[in-house]
Design a protein around this ligand. Structure first.
Ligand code: BGC
Length: 481
């Protein structure tokens, strides 16, 4: 997409949030110190054969001890916002407020206070994949009781930190944790239960989010005046063959199963997308199930879920061309229910991990799609980034170009398409533990030397590039002209 002449001088709106993001398990380390309870990621990474070279987040970037170094990185970039997540089991080692870990509270108090002292606004995710193991032992996200337990945890956090934290995300990417944790088995709890628990888990996550939003709304909002949402990930998808009705329908299903699964209930009408419901119902019937494998919300639940977000938080990484693929009936799974296969266009560069084709213009299209289908919400892009296979060179020119092109697409979305984009968080502040890929994949604006016991952080060239864009609030240095 060309960056037109009229937009050359355009800037981001005043007050635009310039951020970077991390997640507790990926950066903190200190997995068993100062009273922290284990999370499902601790359990999972300690098993053999789950993660690249059996690496773990036991030490990660050691941000538990090196927070001050992270703060220096944040200041060097000139960020106005920083997105972090709380480790639930660092705060509540057994997952419930029966046991509160004061040292965990002190750790996050310090981070939040240091950010505010430095005029950086925190955005906090309550749970970024790392469910306390004690809760997993009681059935985790599959057990409906999680809805009340999550609400208790959320209220504890609002109560404890909400005087200072004004931007909250309940969950990160329920699509990813449900799909990879319960169907593909490559994230904890590592289950491969195709076509069933993935939907049950998604269902409980939606209700957990909505209940916590209502708690904020009724108990804390008036006093604390913050905003609460959840981070949803989505690809942008286009038909492989734009003249094929099958591919067009498959593309609609692809978007419905990825974004609509969570966005439709919360931002539109309290229920799953119609095409998702009809597709799973029809396939379930033919497979001999008495009811759809996709659970139903009661009317009361629909009313609770609809509208339970104060802004849209989008994690965007890549795009796909979608082909219709007829699935054999005996195969029940989330993947096959879609009957849509996402393909990487051969013209799209794939410099890092295989799934991450670099398609900055897909973000513009996705933003416009969200504007149209989700009632024109305020949007924060809460994650977006570019992976390199590690250890990566400090001269990460491709990543520099990626950030420039992506931010230009966002400027176009704001100025030409009228999308209400409020902020952008680069993934990630630091190279970190990239889940199943361990440390082999690097997303940081700062390189971390994991071989050195001091875990030194060094700014990549892309960090400098991002800092320059932030200081100009766009691409033109107005101060110099
Ligand atoms: C997650 C991050 C992850 C990133 C890159 C997102 O799915 O929220 O935790 O590191 O993508 O894979």
């Amino acid at each position: 997409m060309p960056f037109s002449d009229e937009l050359k001088n355009a800037t981001f709106p005043e007050g635009f949030a310039w951020g970077a993001a991390t997640a507790a398990y990926q950066v903190e380390g200190g997995w068993n110190v100062d009273g922290k309870g284990p999370s499902i990621w601790d359990t999972f990474t300690h098993q053999k054969g789950k993660i690249f070279q059996d690496q773990t987040g036991d030490r990660a970037c050691n941000s538990y001890e090196l927070w001050e170094e992270d703060l220096k990185c944040i200041k060097q970039l000139g960020l106005s916002h920083y997105r972090l997540s709380f480790s639930w089991s660092r705060l509540l080692p057994e997952g419930t407020a029966c046991n509160i870990n004061k040292k965990g509270v002190a750790y996050y108090d310090r981070i939040i206070n240091d950010l505010l002292t430095n005029k950086v606004t925190p955005m906090v995710t309550l749970n970024h994949f790392d469910l306390p193991q004690a809760l997993e032992d009681k059935g985790g996200w599959k057990n409906e009781q999680i809805v009340d337990i999550f609400d208790e945890y959320a209220k504890f956090c609002f109560q404890t930190f909400g005087d200072r934290v004004k931007l909250w995300l309940t969950l990160n990417e329920p699509h990813v944790s449900a799909n990879l944790g319960y169907e593909e088995g490559i994230f904890p709890p590592g289950l491969k239960e195709p076509g069933m628990s993935v939907y049950q888990v998604g269902h409980n996550m939606i209700k957990s989010h909505a209940k916590a939003w209502h708690s904020y709304n009724t108990i804390f909002r008036q006093e604390q005046k913050g905003l609460v949402s959840l981070a949803l990930n989505s690809d942008w998808a286009e038909p492989f063959d734009p003249s094929s009705q099958d591919d067009i329908n498959a593309t609609d299903r692809y978007m419905a199963f990825m974004l609509g699964w969570f966005a439709n209930p919360i931002f539109v009408d309290g229920d799953y997308p119609a095409i998702m419901k009809s597709q799973i119902k029809a396939r379930s019937e033919k497979q001999g199930f008495v009811s759809s494998r996709l659970p139903e919300f009661t009317k009361e639940e629909q009313n609770m879920i609809k509208g339970s977000a104060d802004f849209f938080a989008l994690n965007y990484y890549t795009s796909r061309k979608v082909k219709y693929s007829k699935s054999p009936l005996k195969m029940q799974s989330f993947k096959t229910d879609k009957e849509a296969e996402g393909i990487i266009d051969p013209s799209w560069p794939v410099p890092g991990v295989a799934w991450l084709a670099v398609v900055p213009w897909g973000l513009r299209k996705l933003l416009e799609y969200i504007k149209k289908t989700c009632n024109d919400p305020k949007i924060y892009i809460t994650e977006n980034g570019f992976s390199l296979m590690g250890p990566a060179s400090l001269e990460d020119n491709q990543r520099c170009q990626f950030y420039r092109e992506t931010l230009q697409e966002i400027l176009i979305a704001i100025h030409q398409d009228g999308v209400d984009v409020r902020g952008y968080f680069a993934w990630s502040l630091l190279d970190n533990f990239e889940w199943a890929c361990g440390y082999s994949v690097r997303f940081g604006l700062f390189q971390v030397d994991f071989e050195n016991p001091e875990f030194p952080r060094t700014m990549y060239k892309s960090g400098k590039e991002y800092a320059t864009i932030i200081s100009c609030n766009g691409f033109v240095n107005k101060k110099a002209t």
